[in-house]
Design a protein around this ligand. Structure first.
Ligand code: TXA
Ligand code: MG
Length: 302
């Protein structure tokens, strides 16, 4: 299969919507990472996502909808979930809520769970595709299973080229980290994945962070990775931060927002370099730093 890359415009969205309605998965930019989108009401289309990614079938997918009204057709929102949705949608927050009986979602999407992850994305490309296709779109990150999440169209091509028909290229993603995931399925809210939206109130409940169905090595580059490195040792590509320059820096000024946006980019770069190993300078653990360190620890687990 030839993978076409079209710049984000009306024609590209029309072509992407045509493919989606024909049951094909299409890669498209969101504000977090590129997603591999397919019609969530069409089980075969969803199966093609798993096929293209080579993804373990037990990992449930996030469903993207254009607005809260559409989300309410699919999932049940209690007061707390509704408040979070009102505060953060459209944006990089996924809410896991009970799935409505009779919601037209292919069971493969939720991996058979009675709950569903829903997100209203802010990015104009994903929003345009949702409107053009007129279907809820299941979309995991657009990378082969176990590889780094793509923040540029070229990352998608490298990982899934030849396995999907189209990438809608809207340039590098703004956030560079996958969405924050919060479960609102009865009882206290639970933080399932750290991300761009800090949800301190939830973290302060002291509930433990879960990563359901998420492999520990999910974010692993192909090379060994060492954390908290003050300098490079033999054969290492050093990803710097702040005063540690390295071969390339997450943020020379120590800005965590910039570091988050560049994280996957630099992991890709380090992985593609001719160094045998990767080292990463210490990143402070506050704010977005906690999400960055969570990703780095996963990347180091292999
Ligand atoms: O920013 C993002 O969230 C990107 C963009 C494309 O939206 N998507 C993304 O999807 O990161 P993915 O499939 O790579 O990660 C989805 C995570 C998985 O860890 C999965 O286990 C969790 O969401 N998830 C989805 N539905 C769930 C559910 N019903 N219960 C618990 N966890 C769920
Ligand atoms: Mg992923």
């Amino acid at each position: 299969m030839e993978t076409r890359v079209l710049p984000f415009n009306e024609d590209a969205i029309a072509e992407a919507a045509r493919l989606i309605l024909a049951g094909q998965p299409v890669a498209v930019a969101t504000e977090t990472v590129y997603g591999l989108a397919a019609d969530a009401t069409n089980a075969e289309a969803v199966a093609r996502i798993y096929e293209a990614k080579g993804r373990p079938a037990f990992n449930p997918l996030i469903v993207h909808v254009p607005d809260f009204a559409e989300a309410e057709h699919i999932g049940r929102f209690d007061e707390e979930a509704r408040a979070l949705a009102e505060q953060h949608w459209p944006g990089p927050l996924t809410l896991v809520v009970p799935l409505n009986d009779g919601a037209p979602i292919a069971p493969l999407v939720t991996a058979g769970l009675p709950t569903i992850g829903l997100r209203v994305p802010a990015h104009p490309a994903m929003q345009a595709l949702l409107h053009a296709a007129g279907r809820p779109l299941a979309a995991p990150s657009a990378n082969a299973s176990g590889a780094i999440s793509p923040t540029r169209a070229e990352h998608v091509l490298k990982s899934l080229g030849g396995r999907i028909p189209l990438v809608v290229d809207a340039g590098p993603t703004e956030r560079g980290l996958e969405s924050t995931i919060v479960a609102a399925t009865g009882g206290p809210l639970r933080l399932l994945r750290r991300g761009p939206i800090g949800v301190e109130a939830i973290e302060n409940t002291g509930s433990s962070i879960e990563a359901p169905g998420q492999l520990a090595s999910h974010y692993a580059p192909s090379k060994p990775l060492r954390l908290d490195a003050e300098s490079a040792t033999d054969g290492e590509y050093l990803i710097g931060f702040g005063s540690i320059a390295g071969d390339a820096s997450l943020s020379p000024s120590g800005d965590l927002v910039e570091a988050a946006a560049r994280l996957f980019d630099l992991l890709h770069q380090a992985d593609a370099s001719n160094h045998r190993r990767i080292a990463v300078a210490p990143v402070p653990n506050d704010g977005l730093g906690a999400a960055i360190n969570d990703r780095l620890r996963r990347a180091a687990t292999r």
